[in-house]
Design a protein around this ligand. Structure first.
Ligand SMILES: [Zn+2]
Ligand SMILES: [Zn+2]
Length: 618
């Protein structure tokens, strides 16, 4: 490991590279988006394919170039997600013509992606090399690590390895699909060593906010890759033992080529508090509010947190109600396997809510990210004054405003909202990251699981510990990072990105559809409906005009009446002089409306003409 004292100057130099890299990244994104939207225009399904093929061809060319250059035994690591945002974690590791993949996660869509539910990684590279892919190794059961499995398994059905709870949560996920029967799910124990092709694999215990979280050590003839998974160092975890620091030190002594490390909290100094500190806070809050109903909002996947609510509820002789589909699913699975200890007669169903006084009830719900608690699915709970509502999670970036709105809404109903010191992160802060670099002593450091700002903060930790810039890699999704004892280098790039999945489960919603949705949300829509006799050439009825989401001023009624007349006259004129053509008639409607609105300085809505054609029977 090359050591070097870090100066202000070289830190500054690194920053320059940063903005350049970001720029390059943005350019690359722009090109892809441009290509797709041009290709997708109007008829997304049919026209999309050539664009994809084009990209694929380009990539193939690139891949072949890489192949000719590479040595047969080179070790390559290709992140396919997890580097632009927190979410969609997926990393391919390739050695000697075989590929194994760590994690298979999804990302939640932000507000700008209208109607999009989730994003999964683009796995074109894996599909192109399908026969080489041998296994998935999953670090833990959070959505950003397992969420894409139902989609990706359809394309690549290879064995999936994980610890007991992780595999159980994957199984639960697959139950909702038809894939469960064909899925090859393999439970592994911590410390168990097994081979997949040339890869010798070991799952190592870590701490996080869910039980059974693991780091993964993959030994290849070219060196050992250590992927931390999501982790924190918790000496007093709620379930199980502390992180296996002893094994990490042992691996460090034998020699670690590269560490891929969780960057989520790399901007935060110090240590992350133990999960058990939240339990102490719950205890104090339950003691303080013994007469009121208590509602705790948290992530369903935060199994250890839910356990602490259950423990406190039991101590204060309250019944527990789980609310929300994912909450019930995850906690049921964890309870069946013994990862949640639910004392007898503690859990009741939401339908039994009325059978108990307020001060005997705790409701654990998923609504911690700004979903309205007063909304329909919470009707049974019916929030009222005197309720105590504990928010036990931080808002995911982007959800802050929605969460604040819900807190306001609840306070307005007279409920007491508590959010101070009711959450600790499941991710390592700076001092913990230093600890694992010290124990593992890797030759290379590759910050993952984070936005660029998180990853550069993680890189800075390595620099401060004496790592040389050339041994710390801030790579982009899709980069092919070749690693050997001698050096590490990005030698190419594969197709990568996100595939949008909308709430109906449709995969690959094209950019043009999203543009339409955005357009609609900004401009609204004007629908023209008219019935024409196409044989004789006259207007039978209409046009009628409907608008949705279109903002117009006080003269609106006159405006719409004028638009109606203009369309009518234009159609009469057209039909009297031409043979009817539907496309042409629609175009005339749209053109006339647009022209009129433009003259009236109105930012026109999207115009959708509907023509009902009646043919006269002879
Ligand atoms: Zn996690
Ligand atoms: Zn994660």
């Amino acid at each position: 490991m090359a050591k070097k004292a870090k100066t202000e100057q070289s830190a500054g130099k690194k920053k320059q590279t940063t903005s350049k890299q970001t720029e390059q990244k943005q350019n690359r994104k722009k090109t892809t988006t441009g290509k797709q939207s041009a290709a997708n225009n109007k008829q997304p399904v049919k026209k999309q394919e050539p664009a994809k093929k084009k990209q694929t061809a380009a990539n193939k060319k690139q891949n072949t170039a890489v192949k000719t250059k590479q040595l047969s035994d080179s070790l390559k690591v290709i992140p396919l997600g997890g580097l632009e945002q927190i979410g969609m974690n997926m990393t391919a590791i390739e050695y000697n013509g075989k590929i194994v993949v760590i994690d298979c996660g999804m990302a939640f869509a932000d507000d700008t992606l209208l109607g999009i539910d989730l994003i999964i990684p683009d796995i074109t590279y894996l599909k192109q090399n399908k026969s080489k892919v041998k296994a998935f190794f999953i670090t833990h059961g959070h959505e950003d690590h397992i969420g894409a499995i139902p989609y990706i398994l359809k394309e690549i059905n290879v064995p999936i390895y994980g610890t007991k709870l992780t595999i159980a949560l994957i199984r639960k996920k697959l139950e909702e699909t038809k894939l469960l029967d064909s899925a090859k799910l393999k439970v592994v124990d911590y410390g168990q060593k097994f081979y997949v092709s040339d890869f010798k694999v070991e799952f190592i215990r870590t701490n996080h906010s869910i039980s059974d979280a693991a780091a993964i050590a993959i030994r290849t003839p070219a060196g050992l890759i250590y992927h931390t998974g999501d982790f924190k160092v918790d000496y007093t975890p709620v379930y199980g033992d502390a992180m296996n620091l002893w094994r990490m030190a042992e691996l460090g002594q034998k020699g670690v080529l590269a560490v891929f490390s969780d960057s989520t909290n790399a901007m935060r100094p110090g240590y992350t508090m133990s999960e058990t500190t939240v339990g102490e806070r719950f205890d104090a809050l339950f003691a303080e509010h013994q007469k009121q109903r208590i509602i705790v909002a948290t992530f369903a996947s935060n199994v250890d947190r839910v356990q602490q609510v259950i423990n406190t509820a039991y101590k204060y002789k309250r019944k527990v109600i789980l609310e929300g589909r994912s909450m019930i699913n995850v906690i049921e699975t964890a309870t069946e396997l013994g990862y949640i200890n639910m004392p007898k007669n503690t859990l009741i169903s939401i339908d039994e809510l009325g059978n108990y006084p307020d001060n005997r009830i705790v409701i654990i719900t998923t609504g911690s990210q700004g979903e309205s608690m007063a909304a329909k699915n919470h009707n049974k709970i019916n929030i009222r004054s005197n309720d105590v509502i504990i928010f036990s999670s931080n808002p995911i970036p982007g959800n802050e405003k929605a969460v604040a709105n819900v807190m306001n809404e609840l306070s307005a109903l007279g409920a007491k909202v508590v959010f101070e010191q009711t959450h600790v992160s499941g991710h390592a802060c700076q001092e913990e990251i230093k600890l694992i670099y010290t124990l593992l002593k890797p030759k290379y450091v590759i910050p993952v699981h984070g936005e660029y700002r998180h990853r550069i903060a993680n890189a800075q930790i390595a620099y401060n510990m004496g790592y040389d810039e050339k041994d710390v890699f801030l790579i982009d999704t899709g980069d092919i990072l070749e690693l050997s004892e001698k050096k590490g280098k990005v030698i190419g790039h594969v197709q990568s990105g996100g595939i949008y999945v909308d709430n109906s489960g449709v995969e690959d919603v094209g950019r043009s559809i999203l543009d339409d949705r955005k357009d609609l949300s900004e401009r609204g829509v004007l629908i023209v409906s008219v019935c024409l006799n196409t044989t004789e050439g006259f207007v039978i009825s209409g046009p009628e005009i409907f608008t949705r989401g279109w903002v117009y001023d006080g003269e609106s009624e006159k405006l719409i009446e004028d638009v109606r007349k203009i369309i009518y006259n234009a159609l009469v004129d057209y039909l009297s002089r031409n043979h009817y053509n539907r496309g042409k008639a629609k175009m005339i409607i749209a053109d006339e409306v647009r022209k009129y609105l433009k003259n009236h300085n109105n930012k026109g809505p999207m115009i959708l003409p509907f023509i009902l054609e009646v043919e006269q029977e002879n």
